[in-house]
Design a protein around this ligand. Structure first.
Ligand code: ZN
Length: 330
């Protein structure tokens, strides 16, 4: 749930998925209550009592969600959602694909000459993009076809990822050991602060201040240790298993659910997918999948203008026409 939320999956979809998995609580804000409940991060919300201030404190039960993830979710919940995207199987790019002017294209059906309904992606500025969804989807499918990797490249990646994995495990072990030493030290300091307070050698304020400092250190060390000890091996297994899927990205995409499709498009183009004059444009694309970008350009599918650090190729204002001609051939 926390991960889905951080991956921009709309709350109502998270709710549907949760209910399918057997989540029992009902009510409009059931999921929101879970996302904001500190209990899942191993903490407790405590009401102030007499001279003791209230707040969120570490509890003794084990955390289901690590502290960092919990914090990220809280920060995100505070910001109002910019655009509520309602997922529509026929318009997977709605809310993702942008007009050359920077606006996010809306998607909706509209009646054609024959009286039949067709789907379109459209900019809210008139005379900007108004493209047939069918055409846009076919173009995207062809792009994915050209992104697919031949078997020999995949075997090479598999081999080198084994080596990388072993190197990573080694260096992670070193970091974990260092973190364990830091953890011990922080815990020791925490005990000594407690001891001083019990013996009345320091004030409650001093105690609180140092306790919080050391406690944050302890939590962050514990989080890093957990993360470095487990995640990598897991990611590696997934990678090895899924590399073969890169042989045919087109059918992988076609088989995907709408949420997966959206995630995939965002990931591949780093959330920068534009459309102008009948062609997709992007300043960012995963390197590994970009080897056919010249062919994509030839076929009128996608212009890949690699983003440089010193200037941005895709302008954020509406002056796209004269700016886009100054592209270099890269
Ligand atoms: Zn526009």
């Amino acid at each position: 749930m926390y991960d889905s939320y951080l991956h921009d999956i709309p709350l109502y979809v998270i709710k549907e998925q949760a209910f399918k998995l057997g989540f029992k609580a009902r009510g409009n804000t059931a999921v929101e209550r879970i996302l904001t409940n500190p209990v899942y991060a191993g903490m407790l919300q405590v009401q102030g009592y007499k001279e003791y201030p209230g707040g969120i404190f570490p509890a003794i039960h084990e955390a289901i969600i690590d502290n960092t993830t919990w914090q990220l979710v809280q920060n995100k919940m505070k910001k109002p959602e910019k655009i509520r995207t309602i997922l529509d199987e026929n318009l997977p790019l709605r809310g993702i694909l942008k007009c050359h002017c920077g606006n996010i294209l809306t998607g909706a059906p509209s009646r054609g000459k024959s009286g039949k309904y067709f789907n379109y992606y459209k900019c809210k500025t008139s005379k900007h993009n108004n493209i047939s969804a069918l055409k846009a989807h076919n173009q995207l499918a062809e792009i994915f076809e050209l992104m697919s990797l031949p078997q020999n490249i995949i075997s090479d990646i598999k081999k080198s990822s084994v080596t990388k994995m072993e190197e990573n495990l080694k260096s992670n072990k070193l970091v974990v050991n260092q973190k364990k030493i830091l953890l011990d030290a922080a815990q020791e300091k925490m005990f000594s602060v407690e001891e001083k307070w019990i013996k009345n050698e320091i004030s409650k304020e001093t105690y609180d201040r140092w306790y919080t400092t050391y406690n944050t250190e302890v939590t962050s060390c514990k989080d890093s240790i957990t993360r470095l000890s487990h995640v990598d091996k897991h990611a590696f297994t997934i990678l090895q298993k899924n590399l073969d899927l890169l042989v045919d990205l087109k059918s992988l995409y076609n088989r995907a659910t709408i949420t997966q499709k959206r995630e995939f498009v965002k990931l591949v183009f780093d959330s920068n997918l534009y459309y102008q004059d009948g062609i997709y444009r992007t300043p960012t694309m995963i390197d590994l999948l970009s080897r056919n970008h010249l062919l994509m350009k030839q076929k009128g599918l996608l212009l890949y203008n690699k983003k440089r650090d010193d200037f941005s190729i895709i302008p954020s204002s509406g002056v796209a026409e004269n700016r886009t001609r100054v592209q270099t051939s890269n």
